[in-house]
Design a protein. Structure first.
Length: 382
């Protein structure tokens, strides 16, 4: 770019969605220069980051060109081919997380194998190559049976909860490699966000509850209400141990199920995560700042909360694309609500932003967050 020379360290983020966009806010304060690799100039982060490069994250030549001059490379999604990540590291770039860690967030079967090996609590699971093998697994472990795309699933796409053999056959008709898991009769879903730096420092945010609807996270409650402190500490230990054993550098989000029999790990993400958006206002160090600190091998920031209760509610797109006209009501109704809009085209059901409310009383804070989120997304009043 003409006349552009960075003053601080340069962190390159492959992918230009809302996670990269929100990382820019933290980078501004720290004087860190962000560069993003976007597919097109209209992507969420490309709209706000000066040093946007256009290219294909599946193309090694594009990735190499992108990495030139970056002090660290990281990701806004898990779809960069593992072998390309390895090639970038072999060329001398600081890539965080590295390929050997990230593969556990890319491939659910590899993740299950490794978690089982290190003794992290998992449901019964197996690689299955056809409907007959999946049905045999269900005969042993019971129905319903959960089938998951080994790679590429998100927001519940790529997860099939099957109650009959016909549903198993239907899932295989998707034509992607699947694995089987026993259905976990969970009480609720939790998430633990930790950060680990290349020099081995680790920190954990408080355990949160994530509320899902139709496979999409709609609400995050921090800290997880009523969670026994012993169980919370155990969840944090499990997450920090996974980060250590897998050699994760940067953030690691561990999605868990809380069951009557204890905690069970669902899946891993190695980047800022939807379950951590509350940290922008709700923690001393936002997850975005923490990720930048970690990938640059700086000392990590305090994960402590700024208020006793924090609630984040996602904005899912409705039929009306014009959110901005509803800001007035939300802002007038409740000046404490913080609105985050990702600059993404509004499509029904798509995550287009979120709101955060901090306070003392869970019921009140939750109602305020929900009111704002529902009104912004749909124009309705709750
Ligand atoms: N073994 C299981 N037993 C019961 N429910 C499950 C199981 N695995 C997944 N689920 C449900 O399906 C949801 C989506 O599963 P998972 O997190 O593996 O998929 P994903 O599409 O990769 O998710 P994400 O939206 O986090 O990217 C979980 O949040 C949970 O509600
Ligand atoms: Mg998930």
């Amino acid at each position: 770019m003409n006349g552009y020379s960075p003053i601080g360290p340069v962190v390159g983020i492959v992918g230009a969605g809302q996670l990269a966009r929100m990382t820019q806010q933290a980078a501004i304060a720290l004087g860190i220069e962000l560069r993003v690799l976007a597919g097109t100039p209209d992507e969420s982060a490309a709209r706000v980051i000066v040093d946007t490069r256009i290219g294909d994250y599946r193309d090694l030549a594009d990735l190499r060109e992108f990495g030139k001059g970056c002090d660290a490379i990281t990701f806004d999604h898990e779809h960069v081919p593992t072998e390309h990540i390895r090639a970038l590291a072999e060329a001398g770039l600081q890539v965080h997380p590295g390929a050997d860690a990230l593969v556990h967030a890319q491939d659910k079967a590899v993740m299950r194998e490794r978690l089982t090996a290190i003794g992290a609590p998992c449901p019964a699971w197996a690689r299955v190559s056809d409907a007959a093998e999946a049905t045999a697994f269900a005969a042993e472990h019971g129905w319903p049976l959960v089938l998951k795309a080994v790679r590429g699933g998100y927001d519940g796409r790529g997860v099939w909860v099957c109650r009959t053999e016909a549903e198993v056959t239907e899932a295989f008709a998707a034509g992607v490699p699947l694995m089987a898991e026993a259905f976990v009769p969970f009480e609720r879903e939790l998430a633990v966000l930790v950060a680990r730096s290349p020099h081995g420092q680790g920190v954990s945010y408080p355990v949160v509850e994530t509320v899902q609807q139709d496979g999409i996270c709609v609400e995050v409650l921090a800290p997880a209400p009523g969670l026994d402190p012993e169980e919370a500490a155990q969840a944090q230990r499990v997450a920090l141990n996974i980060a250590h054993e897998l050699g994760v550098t940067g953030l690691l989000a561990v999605e868990m199920f809380q069951t009557a029999g204890g905690l069970v790990v669902n899946e891993l993400a190695m980047r800022p995560h939807n379950s951590g958006h509350w940290t922008i206002e709700g923690a001393r160090t936002s997850q975005f700042e923490q990720h930048l600190r970690a990938v640059l091998d700086l000392p990590l920031g305090s994960p402590s909360m700024t208020a006793p209760v924090v609630v984040m509610a996602n904005l899912l797109g409705g039929d009306d694309p014009d959110l901005f006209k509803r800001y007035e009501h939300v802002m007038a109704h409740d000046p404490g609500v913080k609105v985050h809009f990702y600059g993404k085209e509004v499509r029904p059901g798509r995550k287009i932003g979120h709101v955060t409310v901090t306070g003392d009383d869970l019921t009140a804070v939750r109602a305020r967050a929900r009111h704002a989120a529902v009104h912004l997304a749909t124009g309705e009043y709750t």
